[in-house]
Design a protein around this ligand. Structure first.
Ligand code: NAP
Length: 329
């Protein structure tokens, strides 16, 4: 069941048909992160009736990022939420409609010329569902989820003001969020399994400057422990065997940033996925299914950044527009 979030906004240049039962949209975009919002902007501006389907808040992963500093045009950066809001506003002003609903709901049909996703029908579909935080798979991680274990420093960081927190991971996310947490927490200990960070050196340099940040490098977490709430993280040197006693790192909060998994399970069997579950596309972002495209972090590619997600959104929409025009020729 889907719900129209707001009435379709229209500009003088784009006449977008109002949503109604049985309507066939030109373009359905699944996911309202930077890739989906840019696809909607370009699709609507190209004159396609465009609808965006999103099950959560608009913005995807960036909605909870404290600061985005490397999206061009914003010297000094801006909050992820602000960037997401601006992108949404621009897509709406161009004439895109937004519908709340779950693209992974049953009844998915991508193969027919008129495709169906969550009860919406469209001639072309762009999958821009992004990725979600990867779990470590430790026993205490699930048990203490929401009780000291978190995957979102922007959401939960304020609960740990003046407390001790641990950040696990060595990529851009771990380092960016550790910098954010260092402004709130009493101490931040960054646990990374290698000596070298994967994150951009400029970020690592800023993290090293924070006086209350410690590092436990070459260590892997083996469990998170606590009765009612997190009390400590247990660490071992990487490669250490069963016989090695774990080191106990006392902390009230644990923020886990060990990478992302693509939100692609619902299209498994419909489009091609690589061995990590990312959607395989050609150079202009077509999947193997006619009039189905993929854009952003859910797609198999080299660089996952806001700017590359936005670029994907634009390209996928323009390819869809060309393909639909060919169908009509
Ligand atoms: P990522 O780049 O994949 O990094 C994941 C980190 O977690 C790596 O350091 C990895 O260690 C570690 N890790 C993975 N599995 C682990 C395990 N089982 N135990 C312990 N450590 C583990 O993920 P990310 O930082 O979430 O970033 C995802 C994408 O978003 C990247 O492309 C990133 O550049 C982008 N991003 C960009 C920005 C920005 O531009 N400001 C901010 C956030 C994210 P190894 O290094 O040893 O593999």
């Amino acid at each position: 069941m889907v719900r129209l979030l707001r009435t379709v906004s229209q500009t003088s240049v784009n006449e977008t048909p109002a949503a109604g039962p049985g309507q066939v949209w030109d373009l359905l975009v699944i996911g309202a992160g930077p890739a989906g919002l840019t696809a909607a902007l370009y699709g609507a501006r190209a004159g396609l009736s465009t609808v965006v389907l999103e099950r959560g808040p608009v913005g995807g992963q960036i909605a909870v990022v404290d600061r985005v500093e490397n999206y061009p045009g914003f010297p000094g950066g801006l909050s992820g939420a602000e960037l997401a809001t601006k992108m949404e506003e621009q897509a709406r002003l161009s004439g895109a409609a937004f519908v709340s609903g779950d693209g992974s709901a049953s009844g998915l049909d991508l193969a027919s010329p008129v495709k169906t996703v969550a009860g919406l029908r469209a001639r072309a579909v762009i999958i821009a569902t992004g990725a979600r935080p990867r779990r470590l798979g430790l026993p205490g991680e699930q048990r203490l989820g929401g009780r000291g274990v978190s995957y979102c420093a922007t959401c939960d960081g304020p609960f740990f003001r003046g407390r001790r927190v641990v950040v696990i991971g060595g990529g851009d996310s771990a380092v960016t969020e550790a910098i954010f947490l260092s402004r709130l927490a009493a101490t931040v200990t960054v646990v990374h399994r290698r000596e070298r960070f994967r994150a951009a050196p400029s970020l690592v340099g800023r993290l090293r400057q924070a006086a209350n940040v410690n590092f436990r490098l070459g260590r892997v977490p083996v469990d998170i422990v606590g009765e009612e709430r997190v009390e400590a993280v247990l660490l071992k040197p990487r490669g250490a065997g069963e016989e090695v006693e774990p080191e106990r790192l006392e902390a009230e909060g644990v923020f886990i940033y060990v990478g992302l998994d693509p939100e692609s399970g619902f299209v498994r069997g419909h489009v091609d996925l690589d061995d990590q579950g990312y959607i395989v596309t050609d150079e202009v972002l077509r999947t193997r299914v006619p009039r189905v495209y993929a854009a952003g972090d859910v797609r198999a590619k080299e660089l996952r950044q806001v700017v590359t997600a936005a670029a994907d959104g634009a390209l996928a929409a323009m390819t869809a527009e060309r393909d639909l025009a060919e169908d009509e020729a």
